[in-house]
Design a protein around this ligand. Structure first.
Ligand SMILES: NC(=O)c1ccc[n+]([C@@H]2O[C@H](COP(=O)([O-])OP(=O)(O)OC[C@H]3O[C@@H](n4cnc5c(N)ncnc54)[C@H](OP(=O)(O)O)[C@@H]3O)[C@@H](O)[C@H]2O)c1
Length: 246
């Protein structure tokens, strides 16, 4: 097999300025893809891949997206990965946090799919980033978790909607991964070392994941080797969802 399997393919990645999005964009680029990088901070996108096309936009902002969609060419794949985290429970949490989490984690990929769907080529592949807390309830994570559960279902509806064009759509549901999102949260906790150990303990492999590991799965899903895989929500969590931590 060619070591440039993505040669000539145009792939859009959101949240490409850090973490999972950055690791995936770099991997795809090394395999020959032409990248369009999306995020709010243009300087971070440039750090990911200085020569790639970088677009500073907020995926939850419809007018920014309409403008971008008018200049966007054909797309052979999208990794709709951008998102953010805030703690929030149902009864005791501030409802504003819930609305913010829905905007940032669910309305974003919905808007991207709505405005950029017409640009997808026949046979394209799309991957959405959900979360393992969108599969099972974890204390204090209701607002984020409900939004991510919506992302999983969005992937399934899109798989159905776009199947006639042979476009595949899958969601990944990572457990804790060592990126800014997680490490900042740990750093701000009362006992950072203890918090990190607690996160490790929820899976039998007893460690947190790395962005590069997640990138491997995304590259597989975007590539031609997964051509009969669509509508799946794939946990990637060191076995946390399968095995009781006790
Ligand atoms: N790390 C984990 O433990 C974990 C676990 C499960 C799922 N996830 C999910 O994985 C995805 C990637 O997160 P990460 O872990 O790689 O953390 P990260 O390093 O914080 O990456 C999130 C990226 O999303 C971008 N972003 C956030 N809001 C955006 C918006 N409104 N419009 C456009 N871009 C936006 C951010 O860039 P700007 O700030 O420049 O916009 C940032 O580059 C997220 O959807 C997250 O919920 C993470």
């Amino acid at each position: 097999m060619s070591n440039q399997p993505f040669e000539g393919r145009q792939i859009l990645v959101t949240g490409a300025g850090s973490g999972i999005g950055r690791a995936t964009a770099r991997r795809l680029s090394s395999m020959g893809a032409e990248l369009i990088l999306i995020g709010r901070r243009l300087d971070k996108l440039k750090e990911t891949l200085p020569k790639a096309q970088s677009i500073g936009l907020d995926h939850s902002n419809q007018s920014e997206l309409i403008k971008f969609s008018k200049q966007c060419g054909p797309l052979d794949g999208m990794f709709l990965n951008a998102g953010s985290y805030e703690t929030g429970n149902v009864e005791k949490g501030d409802p504003a946090i819930f609305h913010h989490m829905i905007q940032q984690n669910l309305a974003g990929p919905w808007n991207m799919a709505h405005y950029l769907g017409p640009h997808l080529t026949e046979g394209a592949s799309v991957v959405l980033t959900g979360s393992n807390v969108g599969i099972r309830a974890v204390p204090l994570q209701a607002a984020y978790g409900v939004a991510k559960a919506g992302v999983h279902m969005l992937a399934q509806y899109l798989a159905q909607e776009w199947a006639p064009r042979q476009i595949r759509v899958n969601a990944i549901a990572p457990g804790p991964v060592a990126t800014d999102m997680l490490l900042d949260r740990v750093k701000d906790s009362l006992e950072p070392e203890q918090s990190l150990n607690n996160l490790k303990k929820v899976n039998p492999l007893n460690r947190i994941g790395q962005a590069e590991e997640i990138a491997s799965l995304v590259v597989y899903l975007l590539g031609s080797e997964s051509q009969w895989l669509t509508g799946a929500v794939i946990p990637f969590d060191g076995g946390a969802g399968a095995v009781h931590p006790g």
